[in-house]
Design a protein around this ligand. Structure first.
Ligand code: GLP
Length: 242
């Protein structure tokens, strides 16, 4: 696991944005794993800018998002479908047929998990997976747990995640209690992983992920076992690193 420390979120956005653009330029049909949350937004802005300058086409790129809320219509402004369309997919030339999401409203979550695993396999596997990190060390919606998970599954969100994300819903009572997320195994099978974290609120989780033991109690710590995982963080997020 590599750790790269930057002064500003813009520098992180450029560094990560360049990795994605180079990957797609080298192999236009690459499958890229996308994340939601505030952390990757500047990276998506950088990518949109490069696209607008005519520097890259995403026409043949395949996309797989990490997670989606359950019991929330995809049209809801808080759905991750909506988020990705607003921040990236609606602003570049990606073919809508190449966009993949987990169905948070699936009738059968096991079948949905199998479907997603197959789709990732058929796309040639995820070449670069973008991640954020929760204040409790979660990646995707893999909350602290007793075991590392493998393929996608339905998860009950923890209080800490609900506290962090309730602001978007205008109150905790309006926030979904469950989500569908790619499992740790599906994330770890990506060829390359880039995790973005900024701000002091992430410092504890980053220190546990980098300096702590590899444990499902801090899901991001598993990245220590990945052959090509890099953390792109700012000084505040790095402030508790040994
Ligand atoms: C959310 C998402 C994660 C994201 C994390 C951090 O709950 N499910 O994929 O990485 O929390 O979000 P933010 O970047 O807004 O701090």
């Amino acid at each position: 696991m590599k750790v790269m420390i930057y002064k500003t979120a813009e520098e992180i956005a450029e560094a990560v944005g360049r990795i994605i653009i180079k990957r797609v330029a080298d192999e236009p049909t690459s499958a890229i794993g996308f994340a939601t949350g505030a952390s990757p937004v500047p990276t998506y802005e950088y990518i949109v800018n490069e696209f607008n300058k005519g520097n890259i086409s995403f026409k043949d790129m395949k996309t797989f998002n990490l997670d989606e809320y359950c019991d929330l219509p995809v049209e809801d402004i808080n759905s991750y479908h909506y988020f990705m369309n607003e921040n990236l997919f609606g602003k570049i030339d990606v073919n809508p047929e190449n966009i993949n999401f987990l169905d948070g409203n699936a009738e059968d979550y096991d079948k949905e998990s199998q479907r997603y695993a197959e789709a990732i396999k058929n796309a040639g596997g995820i070449k670069v997976q973008i991640l954020g990190i929760g204040t409790n060390g979660h990646i995707g919606f893999n909350e602290p747990a007793d075991e590392f998970t493998d393929e996608a599954f339905k998860v009950k969100l923890t209080q800490s995640t609900r506290d962090s994300n309730a602001k978007y819903f205008g109150g905790e009572e309006k926030m979904p209690k469950y989500a569908m997320t790619m499992g740790i195994g599906s994330i770890m099978r990506a060829k390359e992983i880039v995790l973005i974290a900024t701000g002091e609120a992430k410092a504890k989780a980053i220190a546990a992920a980098v300096n702590g033991e590899v444990t499902p109690q801090c899901p991001a710590s598993v990245l220590q076992n990945h052959p090509n995982a890099t953390l792109f963080i700012d000084e505040a997020a790095a402030s508790l690193l040994k």
